[in-house]
Ligand binder design. Structure first.
Ligand code: HEM
Length: 414
């Protein structure tokens, strides 16, 4: 059947090629609804680019719970046997929407679970930690990664100026500058909730929790040299789209780490500090289930690109923690919706200023080749940075481990 052009409310468009006008050289009447609607649709066809996480990829899938963790949580989405539709939106932290995929950068790993008790948004990344633990520094961090307002060029100096004044960033820098900082594809990264959250069981007992999504495809990375940016600017998006289209559905093993209140009070580190991990030896991974991405979006822009997430979209049985970076999104006035578990106890954990032992442990885990890559990636990223800033940063690496500073110095040719 021949299709007839219609307006958005289905009225037939009589003429899609000629304007209404009062006369040959006269003004256009505002009642030319077709003209107004056609132009305004085009004007709003794209939303303004997100300031962060603008560059995206994503797909729909399923969360399956294969293990019983009911002693930790009453959330229906986390009960054994439950299957929940979901979607994942991957992103680059600060790259612009049309930037090349193969950039050394943190990848956002955001998931929306369409549970029976409402949407649960989990907004994390491909690393278990972050650069900072204090939300006040977030805009400064982002600004250093964006274009300079005068030159419109990204500045290594701004980056290392900030890092070298922010020792808590050492753990994240060591991950970002290691082989894992430049993933080969989105199927080959792990996902982490990063923040500490809480689980609440049917007896209303609370447990602190970290969420982990371990790639079943294995970790695969690229070196700076392999990531020749002009080679294929869309390699990550293409890989994810084509894998799903070909029925090769990527999967991630869903695991948690759990900490009781008592252990949290006595932990040697602050378990609510986003620059720290919880050692696996003390807090072993507990199997929960798996996620699988198995459906590409029909309309990329409306289903993935413009999607928004909110860390306060939680369901009963899953809640927040005193992680300051997470609480920045907590509503200041008291919330009395009675939808979830009532007001929480935000006791202030003991102060932790040890920025060095966890990056040191990570450094010791690396083999010689990984260390070589770490040193060279850092040296490359320090190109053009003034000497005093480099020295300030080397002093921080020295505190992590002398061989770390020495390796970077050597790679710098210093
Ligand atoms: C004070 C700290 C933070 C602030 C103020 C903040 C703010 C924001 C904003 C404004 C957006 C963009 C929203 C949009 O335009 O749609 C965003 C997105 C996002 N954030 Fe954060 N953020 C913070 C910390 C973090 C941390 C620590 C992580 C990772 C653990 C994270 C992960 C993400 C992800 C993955 C997205 C993109 C979600 C998507 O795919 O649309 N954020 N954040």
């Amino acid at each position: 059947m021949e299709k007839v052009v219609s307006k958005s409310f289905r009225n037939i468009v009589e003429n899609n090629n000629q304007l209404l006008s009062v006369g040959f050289r006269s003004p256009l009447p505002p009642q030319d609804y077709q003209l107004i609607e056609k132009l305004s649709h085009q004007n709003r066809i794209r939303i303004p680019q997100k300031f962060i996480h603008a560059k995206s990829s994503g797909a729909f899938g399923t969360l399956k719970i294969t293990h019983d963790i009911s002693k930790y949580t009453k959330a229906s989405v986390l009960q054994k046997g439950e299957q929940t539709p979901m979607l994942a939106r991957f992103s680059n932290l600060t790259s612009e929407k049309d930037a090349a995929d193969s950039q050394r950068e943190i990848r956002g790993f955001a998931m929306k679970f369409y549970t029976k008790e409402g949407n649960w948004d989990l907004v994390g990344s491909n690393t278990p930690v972050f650069f900072i633990k204090d939300p006040l520094k977030f805009p400064d961090l982002i600004q250093t990664k964006k274009r300079n307002s005068h030159t419109n060029i990204r500045s290594n100096t701004a980056l290392w100026d900030f890092y070298s004044l922010t020792p808590e960033s050492l753990h994240q820098i060591t991950m970002l500058m290691s082989d894992r900082g430049l993933p080969k594809s989105l199927r080959h990264i792990n996902g982490y909730g990063s923040h500490t959250y809480s689980l609440i069981n049917a007896k209303n007992e609370r447990f602190w929790v970290k969420f982990h999504f371990k790639t079943a495809q294995g970790i695969e990375t690229m070196t700076n040299a392999e990531a020749v940016i002009t080679k294929d600017r869309q390699c990550n998006r293409k890989d994810l789209y084509e894998s799903i289209e070909n029925g090769n559905f990527p999967k991630w093993k869903f695991q948690i780490q759990v900490m009781t209140d008592n252990r949290a009070r006595n932990a040697a580190f602050n378990p609510f500090d986003l620059t720290k991990v919880w050692p696996y030896t003390d807090y072993p991974l507990i199997d929960v289930g798996e996620i699988e991405l198995n459906r590409n979006p029909e309309n990329y822009f409306s289903q993935i690109d413009k999607l928004v997430f909110c860390p306060s979209n939680l369901v009963p049985g899953i809640s927040l923690s005193p992680d300051k970076m997470l609480l920045v999104n907590r509503s200041l006035p008291e919330v009395n919706t009675f939808d979830t578990d009532g007001s929480m106890n935000f006791s202030v954990p003991k102060k932790s200023d040890d920025h060095y032992s966890q990056p040191r442990a990570l450094f010791h885990l690396m083999n010689e080749y990984q260390k070589y890559q770490l040193f060279n990636n850092i040296a490359e990223s320090m190109s053009g940075v003034p000497r005093d800033i480099i020295d300030r940063q080397l002093a921080l690496f020295e505190k992590v481990y002398p061989a770390y500073a020495a390796g970077v110095s050597k790679a710098l040719g210093a």
